[in-house]
Design a protein around this ligand. Structure first.
Ligand code: B12
Length: 224
């Protein structure tokens, strides 16, 4: 391999490492600037997300688990994650948004986590879906009324704590009793969820991560 090529590779992994560090250390402005720099240097947006932004928040989570990070540290990392994603998200958008279908997405009641949902939203858009984000801590009634009003192809539910998992079951039950269940596919995801859990509550699909979410969304709708 010639020297020039090696320099490029070293530069790319350096900046991705710097992004990871900025997210981990909750340096939101730095995370924003570095992400912009990475894009300017033509590093692929998906690499920036997968090798910089996501590992940063994952490591913050690990440190929290080991009691080396406290809640305020994770809050700062989350903000840096959000800022970096803000830069990269428009780059992920597909040319023809809405072609693949319409998705309503939201985090279930009692749960304020949204970073995973932000990623899923970005990758679904990059996969050609129109995505309407209802936000976090969304009451069951809001999911139901929005399904009635906006008639999405897919309802995406995110849940990030074991304590809020049962909200998903409630939403599915309510869709059934309101006669809406056959009109919409339901896709669930988030840390405590599994394929078994999705099957148990009668969801149509489970997404392991943001990329799997796009694949599963296309699969349940039968689009490529
Ligand atoms: C960042 C974080 C926070 C941030 C959230 C900031 C934000 N804006 O979201 C802050 C600091 C605010 C926070 C608060 C709390 N948190 Co918190 N948090 C985390 C942490 C470290 C990372 C979560 C994250 O964002 N991961 C990064 C994203 C990119 O990954 P992801 O969420 O897994 O998403 C991926 C997939 O799951 C999937 N996916 C996600 N959503 C969807 C949706 C669909 C439809 C599909 C198909 C797929 C999909 O794709 C995503 C991308 O690949 C986790 C630890 C962990 N290991 O998850 C704890 C964690 C989730 N939190 C936890 C707790 C307890 C709390 C608090 C209660 C703490 C407290 N004492 O106040 C509060 C909750 C407040 C509330 N009511 O919601 C616990 C939950 C434990 C449990 N009961 O299950 C965890 C597991 C930490 C732990 N080990 O104890 N938290």
């Amino acid at each position: 391999m010639d020297k020039k090529r090696v320099d490029i590779i070293i530069d790319e992994s350096d900046i991705l490492l710097e992004i990871k560090k900025a997210v981990l250390e909750g340096e939101d402005d730095l995370a924003y600037d570095l992400t912009q720099k990475a894009l300017k240097e033509e590093i692929e947006s998906l690499r920036i997300v997968n090798e910089g932004v996501v590992p940063g928040i994952q490591e913050a989570g690990e440190l929290w688990k080991r009691n080396e990070y406290f809640l305020p540290d994770v809050v700062m990392s989350a903000e840096a994650f959000r800022m970096a994603m803000e830069v990269v998200e428009p780059q992920l958008s597909a040319e023809e948004i809405g072609k693949a279908g319409k998705v309503i997405i939201g985090t279930v009641a009692g749960d304020m986590h949204n970073l995973g949902k932000i990623m899923v939203k970005a990758t679904l858009r990059s996969g050609g879906f129109e995505v309407i984000d209802l936000g976090e801590d969304v009451p069951t009634e809001t999911f139901i009324s929005k399904v009635k009003e906006l008639k999405p192809d897919i309802l995406g539910l995110g849940c990030y704590m074991t304590t809020t998992m049962l909200e998903m079951k409630e939403i599915l039950k309510k869709l059934q009793t309101e006669g809406l269940r056959t009109n919409v596919k339901v896709m669930v995801g988030g840390v405590p969820t599994t394929q078994e859990f999705a099957d148990e509550i009668g969801a149509d699909a489970w997404g392991k991560d943001a990329f799997d979410a796009v694949e599963k969304a296309k699969k349940v709708l039968g689009v490529d």
